[in-house]
Write a protein that binds this ligand. Structure first.
Ligand code: NCD
Ligand code: ZN
Length: 405
């Protein structure tokens, strides 16, 4: 069912966590926004019964590769966003390593048009190169600048320290892909140049990298991200999965995995993002396979399963997947359930037990490194801008919006 903007929608019997206390309340949505969170039952054009299930803000995934333009055999904005909706993710920030890469104003404007087919809200990370500083300054309405300090899929590596410092000075937020000692190098350049902007360290994968980030968490200027695959897998999984568990940065030891979980609990980790990096099965089966794994559809089920195993609480999931991403990437009116905020939310069934199955996946690549894993806790209905875009296995193709920064 598509709710047109003028219509209202009442979601009844929502189990909500407000300031860490649980309540059952009704949510009235009007004009795509949360109009009331109430114990009363206001009239509405449409009603959904959440049946006392937990209702949380839609997840904000600041790190996805939706592959458009140029790599649409792997994913596109429609399939990627359908996978996101099914996974309870209502906002994504796309990465620039497409073909052409999003490193020029023309490429950004081209991607902006292509992304209009998305059914979840979206924003763009602009790619830095050694010679596009003038484009970085001109780029309009971008979430952040992505800087690759190590080689990965695409050709976007910058390794000249002066250029890196310039990029930090120009960009309100720089997201770095840096591994091992490069994390330290990036932070050192950032600190020694007394940068006033922000530095976000993508996919921290080891104790050492987390330690570098932790030492410099001055006023939240340096923030750290971890991925679900580094939290829920380690290098032992390479034995059974081979190329299907190969990504940048690579899976680390069990010791590192534990350190990341510790960071989740002690606040050193600021957010969880998927680094959803789909590649076709056929590509992964080749000798020179590409790095990356899909993840946007399985992040929330994995975390809800971890909640059921007492490894994380719901408030931490919401903090790391909704509130903090909105705050760090200055995404207005999202990330919490509050009157006046955008009606981006997800109803989850904390009791539902189901295996991850490749045939159920909506990502174009149709495989997951977690295939076969039985998880307890699944999203059942996802609402974006007040529209039901996913409900009980079915997608409803209502277009979403570009974020405004
Ligand atoms: C990413 C991809 O495939 O685009 N791969 C990966 O292993 N993470 C590239 C990247 O962001 O590093
Ligand atoms: Zn990535």
């Amino acid at each position: 069912m598509a709710i047109t903007p003028k219509m209202s929608l009442l979601i009844k019997n929502c189990r909500l966590s407000i300031k860490n206390k649980l309540y059952v309340k009704n949510i009235l949505i009007r004009n795509g926004k949360i109009s009331k969170i109430t114990s009363k039952e206001p009239k509405a054009d449409e009603i959904i019964d959440a049946k006392d299930n937990f209702v949380m803000p839609g997840l904000i995934d600041c790190h996805v590769h939706f592959r458009e333009p140029g790599l649409t055999h792997k994913e596109d904005f429609l399939t990627g966003s359908m996978a996101a909706a099914k996974g309870g993710v209502t906002t994504v920030l796309d990465m620039p390593n497409t073909l052409p890469p999003t490193t020029t104003i023309e490429a950004l404007e081209e991607k902006r048009k292509l992304a209009a087919k998305s059914i979840v809200n979206y924003g763009f990370n602009f790619g830095a190169t050694t010679d596009n500083l003038s484009d970085l300054k001109k780029a309009k309405n971008i979430a952040a600048v992505k800087l690759y300090m190590d080689s990965t899929t695409g050709e976007l590596k910058v390794d000249d320290y002066e250029t890196i410092a310039e990029i930090f000075k120009i960009s309100k937020i720089t997201i770095i892909h840096a591994e091992d000692i490069s994390v330290k190098t990036a932070i050192d350049i950032f600190v020694s140049n007394k940068i006033k902007n922000k530095l976000h360290v993508a996919h921290v994968s080891s104790e050492k990298e987390l330690e570098y980030a932790k030492q410099n968490k001055i006023k939240k200027q340096v923030t750290a991200e971890v991925t679900p695959h580094h939290l829920f897998m380690n290098e032992k999984d390479l034995q059974s999965l081979g190329a299907f568990a190969e990504m940048k940065p690579r899976l680390k030891t069990e010791h590192d995995q534990k350190a990341l979980w510790k960071g989740v609990h002690d606040g050193t980790v600021d957010l969880i993002a998927t680094d959803h990096a789909p590649h076709l099965k056929e590509e992964k089966e080749k000798a020179n396979y590409p790095f990356g794994v899909p993840g946007v559809e399985t992040m929330l089920p994995l975390l809800l399963d971890a909640y059921n195993n007492k490894k994380i609480d719901l408030s931490t999931i919401m903090k790391l997947c909704c509130e903090n991403p909105a705050e760090i990437f200055r995404i207005k009116n999202k990330g919490i359930l509050k009157e006046g905020y955008d009606a981006d939310l997800v109803i989850v069934d904390l009791e539902k037990r189901q295996a991850v199955r490749n045939q159920d996946l909506l990502t174009k690549c149709r495989w997951s490194p977690f295939e076969g894993k039985i998880l307890k806790g699944w999203p059942i209905t996802t609402i974006v801008n007040g529209n039901v875009v996913y409900d009980d296995g079915k997608i409803n193709d209502v277009k979403a919006r570009e974020l405004k920064f």
